[in-house]
Design a protein around this ligand. Structure first.
Ligand code: ADP
Ligand code: ASP
Ligand code: MG
Length: 417
C-alpha cells in the first residue's frame, strides 16, 4: 500500500477549526487507501511566543533549554490532530520526535537529522493507524531534545518520507505552491507548476522561506518527490485534483532551449555588511579576518576584497543580521589586535535580492538586464555575487521591495514562458 507523508505548517494548524480540517483532509487520503504519516508544525505564532518567553527571562538563553521549550509547540499540535482524527472515527497515534526516534546531532537550535528508526511507525501503519510525528525536533545521543532550526518541520517531513520510503511528500501550507517570488510582496507573482530541484535549492538558500533549505537538500539527495500545495482549500476536494495541484519539485534535466531565462526572485531582508578598512594586502589576510568569525560559528555569505592601494586594501563581507553585533565584537578583538587594520565599519540595514533560473546557463545578458533595471530605479548596488544559475545583489534594505517588484516586471515573470 502506498505511503504518503503530509506536512502541515503553522497557519494550517492555526486553530482547532483548521486542525479539524486537516483531520478531514488526512482522513480523505486514508479512506482512498493510502498509508499516511502526518508531520505538523506548532500552531502559528506559538514558536515565536515560546522563544519570546525565554527572552523575557534572559537575553541569551542556553540553547539546550531553548530547544526543550520551543519543541513543545509541536507536541501540542500532534496531540490535537490525533484527537481530531479520533473524533471522526479514525485510528491515529501521535509521537514526539524522541519517541520515534528521530536521531539528531547535538547542535541545539540547528540540529541535523542523522537517522530515523522506522520500526514503531511501520507497525502502526501496518495496523491501519495514521501516524502523527512532531515536526522540527529530534533527540541527540544523550537523550536531549534538539530542534532543527526555524521552519524545520519541512525537513522533518521530507526526512521521514525518505526514511519510510514514502511515495511522495506533500508540504501543505498557506499558499498554493511555489511562486515566482513571495506573493506577499508581489501580487502579480505566478505559481510555478514545477520547479527544478536546483532552482528550489537556490531559492530556499537565498531567502524564500516557503521551504527550509535542508528539506530541499533531503528531497534532492534522495530524489523524494516533494510537492508544495495549499491546506486552505476545501479539505474534501477530490483527491485526484489535490494530488496534482501546487508545485512539484522536479529532478529531471530540463531542456535548456525552452527555459525562460529567470524562474524566480528570492530575497533576504536580514543581512548585515561589515567592512574592514586598510588591511595590509598580504597572503593569509582573508583567513585572519574570517577565521575568528567562522570559529564563532557565524556564517559568512558574500565577500569582496578591493584592489590594494599602497599595500593596503578593504575587505567587505556579509553575515546574517542577527549575528551582526557578535561579528563586530569578534572582529574588533581579533582584527585590530593581530592585523593592524585602520578601522571596521558595519551596516545592518542591507538586504539581498537574487534572480534564479537554470535558463541562465543558455541566456546571456541577464546580469546587465538586472543591473539596468536597478539603475533605472536609482537603486545602488553594494555587492554582487553570482553562480551558474543565480545573480545576487546587496542593496539598502529600504529599496528591497521596489527592487523585487521592478525585477519581477523586467523579467516578465508574471507571464508564463
Ligand atoms: P508554513 O507555516 O506552512 O511552513 P511558511 O510561512 O514557512 O509556511 O511558508 C509559506 C510562506 O512562504 C508563504 O506564506 C509566502 O509568504 C512565503 N514565500 C516566500 N517566498 C515564496 C515563494 N517563492 N513562493 C511561495 N511562497 C513564498
Ligand atoms: N514551529 C517551528 C517554527 O516556527 C518549525 C516550523 O514551523 O517548521 O520555526
Ligand atoms: Mg515553514
Amino acid at each position: 500500500m502506498a505511503l504518503i507523508v503530509h506536512k502541515y505548517g503553522g497557519t494550517s494548524m492555526g486553530s482547532t477549526e483548521r486542525i479539524k480540517n486537516v483531520a478531514k483532509r488526512v482522513a480523505k487520503w486514508h479512506d482512498a487507501g493510502y498509508q499516511i504519516i502526518v508531520v505538523p508544525s506548532a500552531m502559528s505564532g506559538e514558536t515565536n511566543r515560546l522563544i519570546g518567553l525565554a527572552r523575557e527571562i534572559m537575553a541569551d538563553p542556553d540553547p539546550r533549554e531553548l530547544d526543550m521549550l520551543a519543541s513543545t509547540g509541536e507536541q501540542v499540535s500532534v496531540a490535537l490532530l490525533a484527537m481530531a482524527l479520533h473524533a471522526i472515527g479514525k485510528q491515529a497515534v501521535s509521537y514526539a520526535g524522541w519517541q520515534v526516534a528521530i536521531r539528531t546531532d547535538s547542535a541545539f537550535t540547528k540540529a541535523r537529522i542523522q537517522s530515523i528508526d522506522e520500526k514503531k511507525v511501520t507497525a502502526d501503519l501496518a495496523a491501519g493507524r495514521i501516524v502523527i510525528i512532531t515536526g522540527f525536533q529530534g533527540v541527540d545521543s544523550d537523550g536531549n531534545i534538539a530542534t532543527l532550526g526555524r521552519g524545520g518541520s519541512d525537513t522533518s517531513a521530507v526526512a521521514v518520507a525518505v526514511a519510510m520510503k514514502a511515495q511522495e511528500c506533500l508540504i501543505y501550507t498557506d499558499v498554493d505552491g511555489v511562486y515566482t517570488t513571495d506573493p506577499r510582496v508581489v501580487s502579480e507573482a505566478r505559481r510555478l507548476d514545477k520547479v527544478t530541484f536546483e532552482e528550489m535549492l537556490e531559492m530556499a538558500s537565498l531567502g524564500s522561506k516557503v521551504l527550509q533549505i535542508r528539506s530541499v537538500e533531503f528531497a534532492g539527495n534522495y530524489k523524494m518527490p516533494t510537492r508544495v500545495l495549499s491546506s486552505l482549500t476545501d479539505p474534501l476536494i477530490p483527491l485526484e485534483e489535490e494530488a496534482v495541484s501546487g508545485t512539484l519539485i522536479s529532478f529531471e534535466k530540463e531542456d535548456n532551449m525552452e527555459q525562460a531565462a529567470i524562474t524566480g526572485i528570492a530575497f533576504n531582508r536580514d543581512e548585515a555588511k561589515i567592512t574592514v578598512l586598510g588591511v595590509p594586502d598580504r597572503p593569509g589576510i582573508a583567513y585572519q579576518i574570517l577565521g575568528p568569525i567562522a570559529e564563532a560559528n557565524i556564517e559568512v555569505d558574500m565577500i569582496i576584497q578591493n584592489q590594494s592601494v599602497d599595500g593596503r586594501t578593504d575587505f567587505t563581507f556579509t553575515v546574517p543580521r542577527g549575528e551582526f553585533s557578535k561579528s563586530m565584537e569578534v572582529l574588533t578583538q581579533s582584527v585590530k589586535a593581530h592585523i593592524g587594520a585602520a578601522s571596521i565599519t558595519g551596516d545592518a540595514k542591507v538586504s539581498k535580492v537574487s534572480v534564479v533560473g537554470v535558463g541562465m546557463r543558455s541566456h546571456v545578458g541577464i546580469a546587465s538586464q538586472m543591473f539596468r533595471t536597478l539603475s533605472e530605479e536609482g537603486i545602488n548596488i553594494l555587492m554582487i555575487s553570482t553562480s551558474e544559475i543565480k545573480i545576487s545583489v546587496l542593496i539598502d534594505e529600504k529599496y528591497m521591495e521596489l527592487a523585487v517588484r521592478s525585477l519581477h516586471k523586467a523579467f516578465d515573470l508574471e507571464n508564463a514562458a
